[in-house]
Design a protein around this ligand. Structure first.
Ligand code: ZN
Ligand code: ZN
Length: 354
């Protein structure tokens, strides 16, 4: 176990102890505003659904999905705890209620400047309520699609990869496959948001040659087996993967196939159903992780196995089949790329790439 992870457990434990002493205090580091000059992303535990807050280094804020309606009050409480006073952007990845349900109360509570929408029209009362709430708030309503780019803060580029027109029809879920897929780049760190995109939507991304590479992946469709496979992870190659799903949800998310693929890809998996709210702080190429619950992240490989081998002399790490492995006495073993990089090792270009 690396030092950072001990730190994360330690902080979680400390928060648990503190809240134990003061039943009404919830001062977890995962729900605190970022220090100056840091990009912070919080994946909220909203039960079965998605909601993530991006806090840009210039203090602008973007909420990517708003969770289901039944979590809206709790989500607003968490935004207050984070001291969020306004939302510069809301992003509605697609019109399902577990993504836009919370937006109605949020739009009625907090100032919102601009809403990004997939443009996929959906016949549901919640979708209509959401459109009405946007109108009442007077927020700018922007339909985004492939090719749209925005720079909400200096050095923060957002590229939209999907949806693209015409929308896919006749798929397992056309609404899911019309999800906004977008990548945030801040310096060397890229974060890919995928909504609930499924197999058909991914196939279109491959056809279009989208560069999906990202250090952090918001796993598609709550860890469903139709949201994640080896081919996709080969393109993204995430170090950290976040699954947003409800504890003991009706759908059995996350599915074991998705977890296995993530494990094989060497990603460290954080889950809102187990770790609660998950906050990443990005500074330079370092990513710190804080969680409101102390449950450990899912190890990238089964106990005892090691996927990556570091050289303690050169501080470079390799895959076990690399031709340039260090001498046995210089080997350090890591269970994931994240673990190696948190320990200050860099990838070997020849076997891992950069
Ligand atoms: Zn969903
Ligand atoms: Zn959906």
């Amino acid at each position: 176990m690396n030092r950072l992870r001990w730190l994360v457990y330690g902080l979680g434990l400390l928060a648990a102890l503190l809240t134990g002493c003061q039943p009404h205090s919830t001062s977890s580091p995962a729900l605190q505003p970022p220090p100056k000059g840091v990009l912070q992303i919080t994946f909220f535990d909203v039960g079965q659904g998605d909601a993530a807050l991006i806090w840009f280094p210039n203090n602008k804020t973007m909420l990517v999905d708003g969770g289901p309606p039944e979590s809206a009050t709790a989500l607003i409480g968490k935004l207050r705890q984070l001291k969020v006073q306004r939302l510069d952007y809301l992003v509605a990845s697609h019109p399902h209620s577990d993504h836009i349900g919370g937006f109605i109360k949020i739009l009625n509570t907090l100032p919102v400047s601009e809403v990004w929408d997939s443009g996929f029209v959906y016949d549901s009362p919640i979708y209509l309520d959401y459109l009405r709430a946007v109108k009442r708030r007077g927020a700018k309503f922007r339909v985004v699609e492939r090719g749209y780019r925005a720079t909400p803060a200096p050095n923060c580029l957002i590229e939209v990869f999907a949806p693209s027109k015409p929308f896919l029809r006749g798929t397992h879920s056309d609404a899911n496959n019309a999800s906004i897929v977008m990548r945030l780049r801040y310096g060397k760190v890229r974060v890919l948001f995928t909504g609930d995109i499924e197999r058909a939507g991914r196939a279109r991304l491959y056809q279009q040659g989208a560069d999906l590479r990202a250090e952090v992946l918001k796993v598609a469709h709550h860890g469903s087996s139709n949201g994640t496979d080896a081919a996709f992870l080969n393109r993204v190659r995430p170090r950290i993967a976040v699954i947003s799903c409800g504890l003991r949800n009706l759908y059995g998310h996350p599915h074991k196939e998705a977890l296995q693929a993530l494990r094989k890809a060497g990603a460290t998996v954080y889950r809102t159903d187990l770790q609660g709210d998950i906050t990443l702080r990005v500074q330079g190429d370092r990513i710190q992780v804080f969680t409101t619950r102390k449950s450990p992240p899912t190890p990238a490989t089964p106990a005892g196995a090691s996927l990556f081998i570091g050289n303690r002399m050169s501080k470079v790490y390799h895959t076990p089949d690399c031709k340039g492995l260090p001498k046995p006495e210089n080997r350090v073993y890591f269970r994931s790329r994240e673990e190696a990089e948190q320990a200050g090792y860099r990838p070997h270009r020849a076997c891992i790439g950069d």
